[in-house]
Design a protein around this ligand. Structure first.
Ligand SMILES: [Zn+2]
Length: 317
């Protein structure tokens, strides 16, 4: 079913480069077509994914205009708003989340954590559990908090949700030890501006953790137009390790690159067969096939996700 709200989305061709912040006219010859892929989830049509070798960035073409992109998320039916169940998959996600967050801590005295682009709020809740004495701010574009954080707000005041506009007004001088952007930057229209903006809210020893799907992933090559990581048209940019390094240069930050895996075989099976991804059989098969994903990535010396830890430069000049 395609809600009417999607008819309000307008599309435009890519004409400027976000990383170089200028027109892409001069680099069009360097555009390499990666794949043509349809929106498997909400049937919004077919889109091309290109990689520009001049700009070191992949992009979806055409892409929803920034002004109308909010309609993509208003129905809250896409995977960014996955309903929290207490399934086996959710338990694995929580376990991986706890482990990741604990490893992110730049020091022992974590006072404030920001989960920017919190989605269903699950990761913000995990951060609150890992750092019980820290305040956790969760931000997204919706005015209303996700259900999970609504429930949390009534039981404690450790996790506070606010929308991005309110955050910009009220947290000008707040400093964070950890700022998390998990699977946010590929949805963001101006990733460089966003990282610059957040780095101003970073404590001197703090870290910004960015995680995105890897355009160079072996599974992306093998599964092609059935690969979940492209997720058009919601993913407007597609990153490689060089893209994440380029952002560090442009934002004058130090960067440490990492690789990580996200179990995506269940999603891939659902795209290949048309079966609902929340189907228990599909989820179970996804878990069983996770070693296949790992084997493919090992073969390609790659990973399904890449991450960057951005820190302030210790000494300038
Ligand atoms: Zn370009």
């Amino acid at each position: 079913m395609k809600p009417d709200i999607y008819n309000a989305i307008k599309y435009q061709a890519r004409s400027n480069c976000e990383l170089r912040q200028r027109s892409c006219v001069d680099c069009k010859a360097d555009w390499q077509k990666v794949v043509r892929i349809k929106d498997h989830e909400t049937n919004l049509g077919e889109f091309d994914v290109y990689f520009c070798r001049t700009c070191n960035l992949g992009f979806t073409d055409p892409h929803p205009t920034e002004e109308t992109s909010g309609y993509l998320y208003e129905a809250k039916e896409n995977s960014d708003f996955d309903i929290i169940r207490h399934s086996f998959i959710d338990k694995i996600k929580d376990f991986l989340g706890f482990r990741l967050i604990a490893r992110l801590a730049p020091h022992k005295n974590i006072r404030a954590v920001l989960d920017y682009g919190t989605g269903n709020g699950r990761f913000a809740m995990s951060a609150a559990k890992v750092f019980p004495s820290a305040r956790v701010d969760a931000v997204d574009y919706q005015v209303d908090p996700p259900q999970l954080l609504q429930i949390a707000a009534t039981s404690s005041n450790q996790v506070n949700y606010c929308d991005a506009a309110t955050f910009a007004e009220q947290h000008v001088n707040t400093k964070y030890d950890i700022i998390i952007l998990r699977h946010v930057l590929e949805h963001t229209y101006h990733p460089v501006n966003l990282i610059k903006y957040l780095s101003e809210r970073l404590d001197a020893d703090g870290v910004i953790y960015v995680e995105v799907p890897n355009l160079d992933s072996g599974c992306a090559k093998i599964f092609g137009k059935y690969w979940k990581g492209y997720y058009v048209p919601r993913h407007i940019y597609h990153y490689t390790i060089n893209s994440l390094k380029e952002i560090a240069n442009l934002c004058e930050l130090e960067v440490e690159i990492g690789r990580n895996e996200m179990p995506l075989m269940g999603n891939t099976i659902s795209i290949l067969t048309g079966a609902d991804k929340s189907n228990t059989f599909v989820q179970g098969l996804g878990i069983l096939l996770h070693p296949v994903q790992l084997a493919i990535e090992a073969l390609y010396r790659s990973s399904t996700c890449i991450n960057a830890r951005y820190r302030r430069l210790k000494y300038k000049g």
